[in-house]
Design a protein around this ligand. Structure first.
Ligand SMILES: [Mn+2]
Length: 261
């Protein structure tokens, strides 16, 4: 009798655990991903590796799903919502991953000249995924751009470029896998329970939360006052990239553990 199975050599290589344990009802974690120009969907492997390490299965959700709703004849929000209902039904939890900028038209602003790449189809898909996860009480972890999408979906706004809005440089790609700044974590927050307090983070974002959505609570700040984490029931959002730090600092894996718990 086969008690354990390895689903693929890639997952085997990615995981520090031995094998998936069949019979323990593997959790499936949806992970959104968007276009990486010009011909690829892209996602950092750390998202899948963290989920795999926790004996759950990563399921990639590409933005192509939303583009099929872009034709004027079928561009109905209701259609997309029904589609996403079916998409999320077999999943246990969702990660809204990092990526390019959110279309500022979704928070009522014209694009500034500092705006970088946008993919409105991905924005709309992720708005619908957040709404469905909330409606079905599935846990949702929003990372970097994901936190920004979450804030806009809940009615907040963004800085189109932090560096030109009075904040220090938060786009330190040279420190992708290292600590670029500390964050202070609000006591009594869900995040404080997970991390145990303040922590060093990387910072790969040029946008950030301007007006916090009224439904979200800010749970962490950078030294210069940028909101670095938000939360609401069954939802955590972080502005940094724990998927690139958890191998060095295990506290960052706690965010993914919370997701699959
Ligand atoms: Mn930052």
């Amino acid at each position: 009798m086969i008690e354990k199975v390895c689903y693929s050599s890639h997952l085997w290589a990615a995981s520090t655990t031995d094998q998936y344990e069949v019979g323990h009802s593997l959790k499936k974690i949806g992970i959104t991903c968007g276009l990486q120009k010009p011909y690829r969907y892209g996602i950092h492997r750390g998202y899948a590796d963290a989920v795999t390490e926790l004996q759950a299965v990563p399921v990639f959700l590409s933005s192509s799903s939303a583009r099929s709703f872009e034709s004027p004849e079928i561009a109905q929000d209701g259609d997309l919502a029904s589609f996403v209902q079916e998409l999320l039904a077999p999943l246990d939890a969702v990660i809204i991953s990092g990526g390019w900028d959110v279309d500022p038209l979704f928070y009522g602003e014209e694009p500034s000249e500092l705006l970088q790449d946008i993919e409105p189809a991905r924005d709309r898909l992720e708005f619908a995924i957040i709404a469905e996860a909330r409606a079905t009480s599935k846990r949702l972890l929003a990372i970097c751009r994901g936190l920004q999408v979450l804030n806009v979906e809940q009615g907040g706004t963004l800085y189109q470029d932090l560096g030109h809005s009075g904040y220090q440089e938060h786009s330190r790609i040279d420190l992708e896998y290292a600590v670029a700044h500390e964050i202070s974590v609000e006591e009594n927050s869900e995040l404080a329970k997970i991390l145990g307090g303040g922590i060093g983070v990387n910072t790969l974002h040029h946008q950030g939360i301007k007006d916090l959505a009224p439904t979200l609570v800010a749970s962490a700040y950078s030294p210069d006052g940028v909101i670095e984490a938000v939360e609401m029931e069954n939802v955590l959002g972080v502005q940094w990239h724990p998927e690139r730090l958890f191998e060095k600092d295990r506290r960052h894996l706690g965010l993914f553990s919370w997701l699959v718990a």
